[in-house]
Design a protein around this ligand. Structure first.
Ligand code: NI
Length: 174
């Protein structure tokens, strides 16, 4: 098990554009995925993107099963998504609270599309797509933003709804 250090907001790599994965079934991709998973689990994250551990490749993963950081949200199956594309299925957006392993201790309320279709490769190089809503859709949009150098605080429109988790506990419900 290899837990990697998660880069925090302010680190310049988090603002970079990541590159598509060109080769699947390689040991370096395998190692990257294993390190991301170990790091995500160690930090109780709902998701992680490769640039958060300093690797500028378009790889994200997410999972929400009994996560103490998000006690109220519906479950999201463990998914590895490579070279992702996101298509909103309607214009409808909702505000919701988000956190990020690169922004420890804080939460902010961000608008995201309610319903999306996402597509990408799995680690074996097979293309797949899903239509999802709600928290699942939110997590995918958050993680894919990392691949374009965007952290959720950049998307907060009302900065009064940004603060420390403990202070916001009544609002967030955890
Ligand atoms: Ni994040």
């Amino acid at each position: 098990m290899t837990t990697r250090q998660v880069l925090r907001m302010g680190h310049p790599l988090l603002l970079e554009q990541s590159h598509p994965v060109a080769e699947f079934n390689t040991s370096s991709l395998q190692t990257l995925i294993q390190d991301m998973r170990d790091t995500m689990l160690a930090e109780d994250g709902a998701g992680i993107a490769a640039p958060q551990i300093g690797v500028l490749l378009r790889v994200v993963m997410f999972e929400l099963v009994d996560n103490p950081r998000y006690p109220k949200e519906a479950e999201v199956p463990f998914t590895i998504l490579i070279n992702p594309e996101i298509e909103p299925l309607s214009e409808r957006q909702s505000l919701g609270w988000e956190g990020c392993l690169s922004v420890p201790g804080l939460r902010g309320r961000v608008a995201r599309y309610d319903d999306i279709r996402y597509r990408g490769y799995n680690p074996q190089g097979q293309w797949f797509e899903r239509e999802v809503s709600g928290f699942h859709a939110r997590v995918v949009q958050h993680e894919c933003d990392h691949l374009d150098g965007v952290l959720y605080p950049q998307r907060i429109t009302d900065l009064r709804q940004f603060g420390f988790k403990e202070e916001l506990a009544a609002e967030i419900g955890c």
